[in-house]
Ligand binder design. Sequence first.
Ligand SMILES: [Fe+2]
Length: 317
Amino acid sequence: MALTGIDAITFGVHDMEAAYRFLIDWGLTERLKTPERLEFTTQDGGEVIVRPHDAPDLPPAIEEGNTVRQIVWGVASESALEELVSRIASHPEYEAAEPGGTPRLRDPNGLGLAFRVKRRQPVKGNPTLPNAPGVTHRLDQRSPVYTQAKPLQIGHVVLFTADYAAMRAFYLDVLGFIVSDEYPGHGCFMRCAQRGGHHNQFILNRPGRPGVNHVAFTLNDVHEVIGGGLAMSRKGWKTEIGPGRHPISSAYFWYFENPLAAPLEYYADEDYCTEAWEPQTFERRPELFAEWAIAGGIDGTTRRQVIKGGESDRGHN
Ligand SMILES: [Fe+2]
């Protein structure tokens, strides 16, 4: 019954125009713009939906301000959806699909979840291959310089959990996620299928205060993370932290403040896990968030570190 990943995500925001400008600059493809609804897509067809925060049909917000209101997880087929429904139908928060709609659930944080046969299409990235003495992946070919990111997919979401044990049990036992790595009692990196990127979701203990930590978009490689981040900086968007590199998951990252929710992240080159992946446990420490990182970001025009940039206290993914 493996889920296939985040098929769509809905944000509820206070400023639709600001959200629109950000998503255009972020490199998503515009599909619909009305005062009540924005629709954008990633390259694989993943949907980013934006609605006014007080739209009456949105699931309730789990925190104040702009935030994620619903995540739609994909499944591979109609039969997989039926199997999933048979597993979750007895859950007290389950809502059966209305005609043409999707079955829904709330996680223990209260976040709205929905499930559908995936609409995303397989996408093949084009990462720059490395060269080293004796290993020549890139022959007679220059390495690219990106001037704009174009996200391939919605890669993962990170949630602050009001009740860590309940959230961990819900995603592992009810929805079948698999632990990739863990801070015991504090944080759990999980993937929704045996084979896939290191995490589609990470939950982080914050007793009594549910929320969204960040939402992450997958790029081709570190060069697109840098070029895309510089482009966002040039357009005036403020770095939360980055560029940098996570030691857990191995990914390169750059986080930006934005008018949609908690920081949004560009990332690339995460570990790919299979049945043979060996989860590890780590003690939660700030240095495990980043092997290296630039607080305040890099100025898009001067291409130099913003020396007086905001000091981030982020100490986790
Ligand atoms: Fe992330």
